[in-house]
Write a protein that binds this ligand. Structure first.
Ligand code: XBP
Ligand code: MG
Length: 236
């Protein structure tokens, strides 16, 4: 019996990456005097690494190998990421990141039916609550029984740990839940935890492999703007 819906945030609830996180990273770099610029295309490659701090670390190693941080690398990355988080929240507060099609409707209908809700994301908690508050209202974080975010589990997606954490905290079995994800690393995380997953693709993820997903959709649709099924068979 379906009891709970578990949502990824970035790319799933809203297209936060290209015009949100990416821009915030670039502003933080500029603010810190770093001549680093993450283009839309480069960012698509960097998205292979989940987690903002992890993404910066990967970028330095692979693209700026001669860079020597002014303090130790961990502190440097943490400070830079904290600046990025503030810029991201500013962008969200400006209303620049709308929810994806159908998200608001699905949440409303799920709540009306007494479905339990949770979030499982790699992003930092303040970024998640900022997005929810600005798109769904100030009480919306409380709609979610669990908001599992950021460093709450050490191994980020594609590891399944964040989903195990949500199931354990809610006292639910994987078969009682349905997950919504947008990316292959998110999908690997949920499927390794044994969870049925609906994927709503976006421009960064539309060519990724989602074999084994319950459904792959363009989006969640609206009555007057139906989604297209790209793959999968939900049976009955
Ligand atoms: C989200 C991410 C995050 C965001 C940045 O992945 O990969 O790293 O890009 O967020 P998912 P932070 O949708 O699979 O959770 O900078 O707050 O980490
Ligand atoms: Mg995502």
């Amino acid at each position: 019996e379906l009891r709970a819906l578990i949502f990824d945030v970035d790319g799933t609830l809203a297209d936060t990456e290209r015009d949100g996180h990416r821009v915030a990273f670039n502003r933080a770099f500029a603010r810190s005097g770093l001549h680093w610029d993450w283009s839309v295309e480069l960012y698509g490659e960097l998205l292979a690494i989940a987690g903002g701090k992890e993404r910066i670390r990967f970028y330095i190693k692979e693209y700026q190998p001669d860079f020597e941080p002014p303090t130790d690398l961990d502190k440097f990355i943490a400070d830079l990421h904290a600046i990025k988080t503030r810029y991201y929240q500013q962008i969200v507060a400006e209303g620049a990141i709308p929810l994806r099609l159908g998200v608001k409707r699905l949440l409303k209908e799920a709540r009306e039916q007494g479905m339990r809700l949770a979030i499982a994301t790699t992003a930092a908690l303040p970024n998640v609550t900022a997005l929810l508050e600005h798109t769904l209202g100030s009480d919306s974080p409380s709609w979610f029984e669990v908001i599992a975010a950021g460093d709450i589990v050490p191994a980020k997606k594609p590891a399944p740990d964040i989903y195990h954490y949500v199931l354990e905290t809610m006292g639910l079995e994987a078969r009682d839940c349905l997950v919504f994800e947008d990316s292959n690393h998110g999908f690997w995380a949920s499927s390794q935890a044994g969870l049925k997953t609906v994927v709503t693709v976006n421009p960064y993820t539309q060519n990724q492999d989602f074999s084994g997903a319950l459904l792959v959709l363009t989006d969640l649709g609206e009555p007057d703007q139906p989604f297209t099924v790209l793959a999968g068979d939900a049976g009955d």
